[in-house]
Design a protein around this ligand. Sequence first.
Ligand code: PMV
Length: 341
Amino acid sequence: MRYKANDHHPHLSAAVLQATAEAGANIALTKYWGNANDDLRIPANESISITLDRTRTVTTVAFHPDLTEDEVVVDEVRLSGPARERVVQHLNLLRERAGVSWRARVVSRNNFPASAGIASSASGFAALTLAGAAALGLDLSPCDLSRLARRGSGSAARSIFGGFVLLHTGARDEEAFAEPLHPPDWWEICDLVAIVSRTEKGVSSGEGHRLAPTSALHRARVARVAELNQRILDALARRDFAALGEAAEEDALLMHAVMMTSRPSLLYWLPETVMLMHRVHAWRREGVPAYFTIDAGPNVHILTLPEYADHLRTDLLALPGVQEVILCRPGPEARVIPNPE
Ligand code: PMV
């Protein structure tokens, strides 16, 4: 399967190391925001997420002896500048491991809007790591893959696994990897992703992580997240949705408080974001189990239980400014899939 004639470059010779992988985005219940080590992308705090079933990235990586530079195409657009450089750096990590110098062609497709607060970097770098490692024939454990994925994007370390996932932090690269807590079918939590904007965010999360320590609130948040993680572990074990939702919503607000009070200030919310936050609080007052969480963008993830999901989705779609609602559930781990024809 790995050796395949190259259809895109008929002038190139036939041998190519190629593999394709698929990975789901994830929604963090407690967030990774700020690094303990910027170069190695070791997170300042541990985080817990749900890998999602509906928001997925499929990536094909083909290493070829005749290519003179890495080519990266995401959603039909050929990347250049820093976005391409980030992928090249990641390919370099893989090449170093394999002792291979061949350049690669990377073709990646998201089935959801990239770079708008739905962690496309998580599914993207998880799929890239897995496809790249498979193409090069690297024999890596899921833990090794998670550590490698982390170097591309911290949240990608979690998307290697399915279901409910914990990302460790640590003093050294070896210590900062994700591990699965519960399989996807442990608990059918629904994540309604309300899209209010498809515009790419102005400040990347990479830049945001570097700014986090400039906020006076950063240290206080890191201390508090340790407690919230304990609550979430406990809530997951007991399937206590209110305890899980309260902790997740609190950390989303803490992270955005850090963002807003960073220097320069990062403000990802739009008026529609705040409107949805009020809506979720109103639902709770009416007795509906719904909690919000928001990543580095304006779109709002509404966590609820399956019996409320269809009703809330209909209500969300009727609100002004809500363009689309994607209903996600816990999804599987990243996996290698057959190469496209
Ligand atoms: O993996 P990155 O660098 O895109 O950072 C992820 C940042 C958040 O999505 C805001 C939080 C998280 O833990 O997913």
